[in-house]
Design a protein around this ligand. Structure first.
Ligand code: SF4
Length: 208
């Protein structure tokens, strides 16, 4: 057992994971699937101020642990967990790479599982989570998706069938930074809301 304690060990591990990604987070040729389902101006800010996105909070540690636990179980059931996906796209003659990480994938059953931990089940399933799962289904040409929500008082599962979506249009919006915000609740939870000229005041009830 190290002298610094468990908390310090977890913190160092998260900081290292983040530092290892820092170069990529600043690369304008890299687009994440999570960028496609969010406000395009968040990516614009992240490319300039990536350090502002590092967070070390109990709710995130809890979410990480729940992910890891469920992924361990799914791996024992034959799922490929934390599956990296990458696809190249060319927009106006410039090459980009779209990257994502799927929580669990079963190629034999053609099913993708995404796990979400949330403080509340209010408003689930959220549109951005469905769009994220639909993007993965399209990228892997998988037939079925399952969105699992774990909250302090509920465990819910939603089925999503593969439907074609225009990933290139989402990429174009993201690169051109033309959708800000994408969802009406987004500015409230945004790391960059104190410096953003597009920040919108709340339009309706929130979702996380
Ligand atoms: S404050 Fe709102 S519009 Fe600005 S970057 Fe954040 S989510 Fe986008």
């Amino acid at each position: 057992m190290m002298d610094a304690g468990v908390l310090n060990l977890v913190y160092r591990s998260k900081l290292k994971e983040y530092s290892d990604r820092l170069v990529e987070l600043k690369d304008p040729k890299v687009i994440y699937v999570t960028d496609l389902v969010a406000c395009s101006n968040k990516r614009f800010f992240r490319l300039q101020f990536p350090e502002l996105t590092f967070r070390f909070e109990p709710i995130l540690i809890l979410g990480d642990l729940i992910h890891k636990g469920l992924e361990l179980f799914l791996a024992s059931e034959g799922y490929e967990v934390e599956k990296e996906v990458e696809e190249k796209y060319s927009v106006k003659g410039v090459d980009y790479v779209l990257k994502g990480r799927i929580d669990a994938f079963n190629s034999r059953e053609s099913v993708i599982i995404e796990v979400k931990f949330s403080r509340t089940s209010q408003g689930v399933p959220h549109e951005h989570h469905i769009l994220q799962l639909q993007t993965y289904l399209n990228l892997l040409k998988a037939e079925n998706g399952i969105l699992i929500y774990i909250t302090p008082d509920r465990v819910l599962e939603y089925r999503v069938k593969n439907q074609p979506i225009d990933i290139e249009a989402l990429i174009k919006e993201t690169i051109e930074n033309s959708v800000h915000p994408r969802w009406n609740w987004e500015c409230r939870y945004c790391y960059f809301n104190r410096m953003c000229p597009y920040k919108k005041e709340e339009l309706s009830k929130d979702t996380t």
